[in-house]
Design a protein around this ligand. Structure first.
Ligand code: NDP
Length: 459
């Protein structure tokens, strides 16, 4: 493993991501004795040290409900503020002075994507990039062509092994758990194919809207925001073949291989929606055709999955917040037991809850009590919190990894390019988005796409 970074520079320290995720992550790292280096916050806003500390305390309080004064004071001793314009070379000169004692600084770009390249260029011109690592947030480009351009800009300044591309789903314990579930259990592997599985559904539902960031979201949409990255990462974990060898390298190579086998998404099997009233939000174009919901059918051209559909849907202002994978197994070959009460036959389902309240659940058929021999569904639920206890948050794990130069939980360049290739045919479609009521599962057309969606069980 490479040497640990000896300074952190947070560009965009006044922003939403730092407030929601990065201050709490820095606080947790401090608590665990993993943050013994200076942390420099950079922004255009002229914050003084006290404003920085106040913002950090507020964000830790909001994330944890309480602040441990001793831990927080240890964090504040590390924090300093540097204000400046990103187009001004003097900003980087001052940063270089502040970093004069640091040999391996970590630069975290928590800034809008439009500013990634100017900041990277500024760091390179000031001679700071050569000895540093850089963390780039998603979205990584807007399409395949712009992701190439961004890669070129990053590679011109930083060595490839010093570039860390965030897809925070890769830092989630529940998502990483799919790897263990797939390859450490013999039980399901023989059934893990199109012969025994009817379809796999992934729902990433947000019960909230654009939360005051509609102007930013309007240039993005659901496909770029979560389908291209988080959801396709989950597809890769579910669909990949067992790696050729143990270890992280072989695992990551296999992940990229399966993404290559995913067919480009088709507009004919995609439904885009927009919640009612979205166009009235500040920052949204009055004729905006941006999708706040997308549902699509995805096919993997591998022998294991040939012809079997993956159904993906994500949206804002859904009936709740949940990320759930539902694996629907095929019906028994012979129909020997009828459902109790003459109802509809229920398939075996395996659910992976990947969001809050993460866990696994299996629905099985058992005998309905009584004189008749008829079936009824029972659930075998496992809540990870109850059996595994507290697990570290994704951003804390990712920041810790980047400080150590560990790549496993960061998105690979080839994977990101494959993800853009897959979604490209459904980006910026001219057909008007379908409106859907707030608090619903999207436009009616989306319901028909999967035949039958299985709603998340915990919301
Ligand atoms: P914000 O919109 O909150 O912007 C962050 C900071 O960047 C602002 O506080 C502002 O600071 C500065 N900034 C804004 N516009 C410009 C500009 N045109 N030029 C230079 N600086 C600017 O972004 P977020 O914190 O929400 O996101 C940061 C990054 O993280 C983005 O790439 C985003 O895609 C990504 N991300 C965010 C998530 C979130 O939950 N917020 C989730 C996942 C990824 P100042 O004016 O003080 O310099």
């Amino acid at each position: 493993m490479d040497l640990r970074s000896d300074a952190v520079v947070l560009f965009g320290v006044t922003g939403d991501l730092v407030a929601k995720k990065l201050f709490p992550a820095l606080y947790e790292l401090t608590r665990r004795g993993r943050l013994d280096m200076p942390v420099i916050g950079v922004a255009r806003s002229r914050w003084d040290h006290q404003q920085l500390i106040t913002a950090a305390r507020k964000s830790v309080l909001e994330a944890n409900g309480r602040v441990d004064d001793e831990v927080f004071e240890a964090l504040t001793r590390r924090l300093t503020m540097l204000s400046g314009d990103y187009a001004d070379p003097a900003t980087y000169r001052r940063l270089a002075e502040a970093l004069s004692a640091a040999e391996r600084p970590l630069f975290y770009l928590a800034i809008p994507p439009a500013v990634f390249t100017p900041v990277v260029d500024g760091l390179a011109a000031a001679g700071l990039a050569g000895r540093g690592r850089v963390v780039v947030e998603k979205p990584f480009g807007r399409d395949l062509a712009s992701s190439y351009t961004l890669n070129e800009a990053l590679r011109a300044a930083f060595a490839p092994e010093r570039i860390f591309r965030i897809d925070h789903y890769l830092g989630k314990e529940s998502v990483e758990g799919l790897r263990v579930f797939r390859f450490a259990n013999r039980l399901f592997e023989p059934l893990w194919n199109a012969e025994h599985i009817a379809n796999i559904q992934i729902t990433l539902a947000e019960g909230f809207g654009t939360e005051g960031r509609a102007g930013f979201y309007d240039r993005m949409g659901a496909t770029r925001d979560v389908l291209q990255n988080h959801m396709l990462q989950v597809v890769a974990l579910l669909a990949m073949e067992p790696p050729a060898a143990a270890g992280d390298e072989a695992f990551r190579a296999e992940e990229v291989r399966v993404l290559r086998q995913v067919r480009p998404l088709s507009p004919e099997t995609t439904v885009r929606g927009q919640y009612a009233g979205y166009r009235l939000e500040p920052g949204v174009a009055a004729d905006s055709n941006t999708e706040t919901f997308v549902a699509t059918r995805l096919l993997v051209d591998s022998p294991r999955w040939a012809g079997m559909p993956f159904y993906l849907r994500t949206g804002k202002l859904m009936p709740g917040t949940a990320t759930e994978v539902v694996v629907e197994f095929r019906a028994p070959e012979r129909d020997l037991v009828a459902p109790a009460g003459g109802g509809e036959r229920q398939p075996n389902l395996l659910r992976f809850r990947l969001g809050r309240n993460d866990g696994i659940a299996l629905s099985l058929q058992t005998k309905e009590p009584g004189a008749e021999v008829a079936s009824r569904t029972v659930e075998l639920p496992i809540d990870f919190d109850a059996v595994l206890g507290h697990r570290r948050e994704a951003y804390e794990r990712l920041l810790d990894d980047a400080l150590d130069g560990r790549h496993l939980r960061f998105a690979r360049e080839e994977a990101i390019e494959q993800e853009w290739r897959i979604v490209e045919p459904i980006l910026d479609l001219p057909e008007p988005v379908a409106s859907y009521p707030r608090g619903s599962w999207g436009p009616a057309e989306a319901e028909a796409l999967a035949g039958r969606w299985h709603a998340p069980t915990r919301r």
